[in-house]
Design a protein around this ligand. Sequence first.
Ligand code: SF4
Length: 482
Amino acid sequence: MSPPIRSAGCHCPRVGRTSIHYREICPALPWGRPNISCLEIIVPPPVTHARGVRLRKIVSWARPSYATGLSEAVEESDFSFLNKTLPLSLYVHIPFCRRKCGYCDFFSVARPGTVLIATVVREILSELAYFCKKLPGLKIGTIYIGGGTPSLLTDTALKTLLRTLHHLSSRNGGSCLEWTIEANPESLTQKFLEICREQAVNRLSLGIQSFYPQHLDRLGRRVTLAQIERALGLIERLWPGRINIDLICGIPGQSRDELIKDLGRALDYNPGHISLYTLTPLADSDLARQVDPDHQDDLWLSGREVLETAGYRSYEVSSFAKEGHKCLHNLCYWTLAPYVGVGPSAVSTLPGPTGEVLRLTNPDSLERFLGGSSVLWGLEREVVSNRDFFFENLMMGFRLGEGLLVRRFIQRFGRPLPEIIPELWAGWQRKGWLRPCTTHYALSDSGRLLLNSLLAEVLEVLPDISRINLDWKPEALILDSQ
Ligand code: SF4
């Protein structure tokens, strides 16, 4: 019998999606996130905890790996039942990059011309208008513009996009709590910052990854130190909002000292948030063959220590924030709140007509996406099974330092987690992998380091979940997670 292989796609803050699928075959896990690695449950039995830190790779956002054959085309009627007053998070995927980095599997095309940029932005807005029509009571709780490289948009396209989103964010008396846009140093300009500021974007996420040219080179990132410093200088002078800096640890050849210096240089700019991702190269790539997971684990632990000492709380496995700087949009994914994603490859997760979870996926293809409204942008729909939804809740919730809210869990699944997996739970408790807490189901520090293994254990005993009760009501959403 083939070993049970679970491929679990968690989610990427950019693509706004979470998903998990497990299959009986195929050890080749086809994901890998760029700076944002993917969930990697490569845990054919027996599961060992010998080197548990590796589990941390669950850590980062991942792209979902959708099981084929489960999706079907979206139909107009898919929207007819939606709760029209849901506050939702909105993800916008900008599918352009200056060039493709060697480790990235996010959907984007390199070197787009201005006409293509304008065309795609127009179609993104048209898809957004479609969702707004279907959800007339839509209130936007958070917005995240990721990619790809949003800072590659032309000024005109950026203005058009942001103006529309700005207008949308105040619909139905809503007020967007957080609005993030991603940028890369080489394409960040003064004009870009000015346009974002004018339109009330209030959070900037800068993909630096490393300050060492040799490591950037190894990642296939064509950016110079001078460009990084210029971008940081502009941000320091002109950006009044919040800042996240993305860094990667575990690049082949990267030493502990280099990582600590990378972190030190980022900390010099006093960002409220730092995302420290472990490199997850594409499967079967040269980079993948050079990666040493144990070394990666050691680096990540050193990085965590540096950040915690500097006053950043590790509120999620790869996310470190000062007080008041957690990423609300990502918290929405981690707590399995609903969201709409527009743009090629973006995903929406919404309540289905009979209380199930619906996932709508845009194609990883410009050609299909640009088919436009006549083909509903190539959207596909999938019903997430109760069992998958249950597992996603654990997979995402245990990434959080504070864990899963007990009240929300019981509301969703009808009974406490320890009753659903009693033997596992008791074992984890005995081994000190749980943090005693009455309000949350949370892993202890040592438990979090074993996250992948613990999830794999859950998969072994995962019962059928006969019913879920979506608590996707306004009061249960983002504010609850702050
Ligand atoms: S710039 Fe970012 S999204 Fe584009 S290829 Fe590189 S890692 Fe991927």
